[in-house]
Design a binder for this molecule. Structure first.
Ligand code: NI
Length: 199
């Protein structure tokens, strides 16, 4: 999710260990942009056999997300069709990375909340999205431990946005067709202009 300002309570987890040796030598990954078909596909659950690959990708995904900059990045956005995502709201400018493997929303409030969302796969595009105000998310961390987060505010929106990516759903899919098409046309036009400028 592309949003510059971030605040919220974050459950710190074992991914700090994987972040410890991260520096400028960690490569970034290319971020796929709409309309790449991988972004519309349903990702596969992470199995025991995938964990090594996930652990290898996680530092590069964080590097990619921090550089973008963004506060969330799902594996399909870097071309990996597995159900995991990273989030870091960086409250008070400190890093608070979360790695969510096979995340699932197990409870959602009836109360809704609307906030502006953006996405690194739809660069420069923003719109108000309405979602449940609070969610409970179950997931596995990079150590393979089962975890649970209760979230509200920005974190709740961010978690739902990232989990949506694992089901091939983008924030624009929550908008009216009119609004969605307007954003997609504007993005396509901006990307064409950018390409033309680069030539
Ligand atoms: Ni996104």
């Amino acid at each position: 999710m592309e949003t510059p300002v971030a605040r919220g309570t974050v459950d710190r987890c074992g991914c700090h260990r994987y972040m410890a040796d991260m520096n400028d030598s960690v490569d970034t990954l290319p971020i796929l942009v709409v309309p790449d078909p991988i972004l519309k596909a349903r990702a596969k659950p992470v199995t025991e056999g995938d964990l090594e690959r996930v652990r290898d990708l996680v530092p590069r995904m964080f590097q990619t997300m921090y550089r973008a900059p963004g506060i969330g990045l799902a594996a399909p956005q870097v071309g990996v069709g597995l159900r995991f995502a990273i989030v870091d709201l960086q409250p008070d400018d400190t890093r608070a990375p979360i790695v969510l493997i096979n995340p699932e929303v197990v409870n959602r409030s009836e109360e809704l909340a609307t906030r502006e969302e953006g996405c690194l796969s739809l660069p420069g595009q923003y719109a108000d999205v309405t979602r449940p105000a609070r969610v409970m998310v179950r997931y596995m961390d990079v150590e393979g431990a089962k975890r649970q987060i209760e979230a509200e505010g920005l974190l709740a929106a961010c978690l739902q946005h990232e989990i949506d990516h694992l089901d091939g759903i983008l924030f624009v899919d929550h908008l009216s067709a009119l609004k969605r098409n307007m954003i997609l046309r504007r993005l396509a036009k901006e990307l064409r202009q950018k390409r033309a400028e680069a030539m």
